[in-house]
Design a binder for this molecule. Sequence first.
Ligand code: CU
Length: 457
Amino acid sequence: MSELSRGRRVLPAAVAAAIIVALVVAAVLIVERAAPAAPAPRSDDQAVTGAAAVDCAENEPIARQLAGGSTWTMCWRVDASRGLVLEDVHFTPAGARPLQVLAELSIGQLEVPYDTGVRNTEDITTQGFGGSHMMSLTPTECLGERLETYVPKIGDGSVGGGGARRPVLCQEERDGGLAYRSDDGASTEVARRTELRLATISKVGWYEYVSQYTFGSDGTIRSDLGATGDLSPEDYGDDPAYGWPVGPGDSDYATSHSHNAVWRVHWALGGPGGQAVEQYDAAPTGEIGPRSPLVEGGLTRVTHEGTARAADRRWWRVVSPEVLNEDGHPISYQVELGATTPFQLTQDHKHPDGGEGVDDGYTIAFSEADDCQLFATSNKEGACGAGVLDFVRDRAPLSDVVTWVAVGFHHVARDEDQSPMEMHWQGFTLTPRDLTAQRVEVPPSREGVNGRPAPHH
Ligand SMILES: [Cu+2]
């Protein structure tokens, strides 16, 4: 099983030299591994080995070793505005050292503009996902353990009483479907994936939102926002251009609207301040080879704050250039958007920015971390900017990276949305890229496969 080796990379001029140097440095440092992790925190009655030691301010750490031997460790708390906030997220691949991935993960805004133009809500900064909006869970909402924390009724609890310790976080280890199956002629390897899932429910008006984070045994992190509850009774009209008839015949046009979600992902990969951002693009050259079209791809370093839009075959990664895996490749996580309806936040419409490297309608934005820059729009601390476009305006160099990930869902109601409305989901995935030299939890028969496999049979 591969372990992560930390190397101070010498920056060479030529790419070939870089690879050679990196490989040598990685090889040398394998003998110089860090001391074993401090005693692991306990989760339930299960002792966790190899877990990172995290020190949580508010609640006991979450530390869960999944069936294949890999462990996720983190802190959690409920913020009045953002609801569930995860902090100090560490992943320990089976048999390897703990590795910090994220400093913090939460939603950064949820805007719901109605297509008629007469209504818009900013659910995170106006109402909030925490406080009295955060629902207590019953066994129907949560098949796993229901974890309690103190939830103030108003704000952070500094004004007024009425808060209570309530079961608001669902922690569940679950089956994630088929992880892999491979018959190489000599053996058949097959396994299922296991996942740690954390979720809370917040009721804002007629809608009820599930904030859900899923941590896979393969090192992936999935962020999802689910919406249920009911269509808002105030938002019906009679113009087919703005809605869909959900009553009998030609009646009761439920107004179409968007659920514009932006997550704030503060990275800690390779340690605080050790990150860089890269964008990958690939495009057909127009040339056709003997069997197939030529497609050229490569990485571009995103050195400064800014915004970017989705495009065909495009993805981004947050990389820690100085921390190498056993293959000598810098460790990174890829941001995968999946299905999304592109949007421009309403506040960004009203105060367009323009400027080099800043696009009002972004699918991802990169900013240098600042604890007062918490909300994608209507950021409460006016002094450090009103929202993402403000945060990135000065184009500061990136090293302590926050990614703002925008995933939209345009909701055209259907008869089946009443009542209650079936859950609909939007989200994104953070996928490890070269965190380890081979897959996490490699089966023994495949331990020798690293690079082009030797032909057999
Ligand atoms: Cu909706």
